[in-house]
Design a protein around this ligand. Structure first.
Ligand code: NOJ
Length: 531
């Protein structure tokens, strides 16, 4: 894989820093905690770490409200701690990707403090001020406009009122934000995951969004309208290309865009002549129904929509969505892991997925997430998937000696790292085996994906290149299935004891079982155990 940029064959591991590892006994994870756990990540077999925001922040949205783009919040440590972490990451041959939140700042950012101080302040037009609101709604519910008593105008906030939107049509904003990117790039960070990339530019005429005919009560106020004028505007692509240009000043860095859009519109973010985001996040596996038919349709649609030269990527979970093991159940989550690791391109794993962590029910009094607090009870809350990593089986799981900022949950304690390491049947052992295979077999990263089908609840496809061929079979039905399969050897399976077993003509795949067979014409069957 010498000829591929590092990020093309990388498996990225998302660290939600508040919940990874506490090192200063305050119940919240931090940078030194991450550094102390790097060897775990090496042992797991990932290549790059993306850390959710660590910048100074009043934490109204847990770091996605930034008050200084070039600092470190004391909750997470100091700039020295960051420098030490970056060095330690690089020493281990890993890469570090930061989260960048360009759409909005904190309302305590000095730019906004100035902007709201008077209508004539030079920073007034760094944000979006209007005499009258339109009908745009916040992603967290309610109007996206907040009236400012002092200056008698409304400012736009696509998220909380504590997160005013920057005006990216203003060249001064662009210059300041690009300099913030350069600050971190100069330090040596390997790329950025850009928050809500598709929202950064809004309609210049502030037209009302049209009503959503499919809206039903209980979906949150934003769903009342179709996001035509406050999202995915045509001007965004020029801006993304400029952002990419900033990264290219520093060589081989990666630009990942958070984009929730239907496949055809998502593809536009690769940019004309592919000069846009290197990886517009592909959230299809987060959103689709977990049936063989749906998966085959979705994977096929995504792969065939990729523009020439575009590099695919896949994600099963993140800090905003219910965990995969909760969405589809633990045993199917094992099959999902094998599916993920058999797909072409760059992969992202959300911390704890590799253990089989589940959502934790949060008692009403302990709710932290502003999305839940603003629209309680309609399933907007994201605390359940943000709970601390269970490192051992002790009551606080080795995460902290203090009261953790979110509860740990018994089911997650049961899949703790220490115990999972010892257990060949654990999710962790499965992830390690799958990651090892992917590292050893570049066909799984960059080979073609063909023969995609769904039959009798079994998803199948072939991965191949001049080096090898792999048949992937995932049984998503409730019945065992006998599948015709060319001769070969099982290279990966959700059940460890099947690995290394020879296949001759067919194989039986149990419900929720997944198997990758290295076909005989490309493998060396010598040494394989017989079936
Ligand atoms: C997307 C982030 O992933 C989410 O956690 C955050 O609340 C919003 N953007 C606003 O920044």
């Amino acid at each position: 894989m010498q000829d591929l940029s590092w990020w093309k064959h990388a498996v990225v591991y998302q660290v939600y820093p508040r919940s990874f590892q506490d090192s200063n006994d305050d119940g919240i994870g931090d940078l030194n905690g991450i550094r102390n756990r790097l060897d775990y990540l090496v042992e797991l077999g990932i290549d790059a770490i993306w850390i959710s925001p660590i910048y100074p922040s009043p934490m109204a949205d847990f770091g996605y409200d930034i008050a200084d783009y070039c600092g470190i919040d004391p909750i997470f440590g100091t700039m020295d701690d960051f420098d030490r972490l970056l060095e330690a990451v690089h020493q281990r041959g890993l890469r570090l990707i930061l989260d960048f939140v360009p759409n909005h700042t904190s309302d305590r950012h000095p730019w906004f403090v100035e902007s709201r101080s008077s209508r004539t302040n030079p920073k007034r037009d760094w944000y979006i001020w209007r005499d009258q609101p339109n009908n745009w709604q916040s992603h967290f519910g309610g109007s996206a406009w907040e009236f400012d008593e002092k200056t008698g105008q409304y400012y736009l906030h696509e998220f909380l009122r504590e997160q005013p939107d920057l005006d990216w049509r203003n060249p001064a904003v662009k210059a300041a934000m690009f300099d913030a990117l350069r600050f971190w790039l100069r330090k040596g960070v390997d790329g950025f995951r850009v928050d809500v990339m598709w929202l950064m530019i809004k309609d210049g005429q502030f037209r009302d969004n049209p009503p959503n005919p499919a809206y039903t009560i209980g979906q949150g106020s934003r769903a009342q309208f179709l996001p035509i004028y406050d999202a995915d505007r045509p001007e965004i692509h020029e801006l993304v290309a400029e952002m990419r240009g900033v990264l290219e000043e520093f060589g081989d860095r990666v630009l990942i865009g958070e984009i929730y859009l239907p496949i055809p519109r998502l593809m536009d973010y690769y940019g004309p002549s592919l000069g846009g985001a290197n990886l517009p996040f592909n959230f299809q596996l987060l959103q689709c129904a977990w049936t063989a038919d749906e998966l085959a349709r979705t994977i096929g649609e995504y792969m065939s929509a990729l523009p020439a030269g575009a590099w695919p990527n896949w994600v099963l979970g993140n800090h905003d969505k219910s965990r995969i093991a909760t969405r589809i159940g633990l045993s199917r989550a094992r099959a999902a892991a094998l599916l993920l690791m058999s797909l072409p391109g760059t992969l992202t794993i959300y911390n704890g997925e590799e253990l089989g962590m589940q959502d934790v029910a949060i008692p009403a009094d302990d709710v932290q997430d502003p999305a839940e607090k603003r629209q309680p009870g309609i399933g907007m809350g994201r605390d359940p998937e943000r709970t601390p990593m269970p490192w051992d089986g002790s009551p606080l799981c080795g995460f902290t000696p203090a009261r953790p900022w979110l509860p740990i949950g018994d089911a997650n304690r049961a899949v703790n790292v220490t115990d999972s390491r010892m257990n060949p049947d654990s999710m962790l052992s499965l992830y390690q085996r799958l990651l090892r295979l992917r590292r050893d077999e570049s066909t799984l990263v960059s080979g073609k994906l063909t023969e995609l089908s769904a039959m009798d609840g079994v998803l199948r496809f072939l991965r191949s290149d001049t080096r090898a061929r792999f048949r992937v079979c995932i049984n998503l039905s409730d019945e065992p299935s006998e599948i015709a399969c060319e001769d070969g050897v099982i290279a990966a399976a959700t059940s460890a004891r099947r690995e290394g077993v020879r296949v001759t003509g067919s194989l039986i795949v149990a419900p929720a079982e997944a198997v990758t067979v290295k076909l005989a014409d490309s493998s060396d069957p010598v040494g394989a155990a017989s079936a």
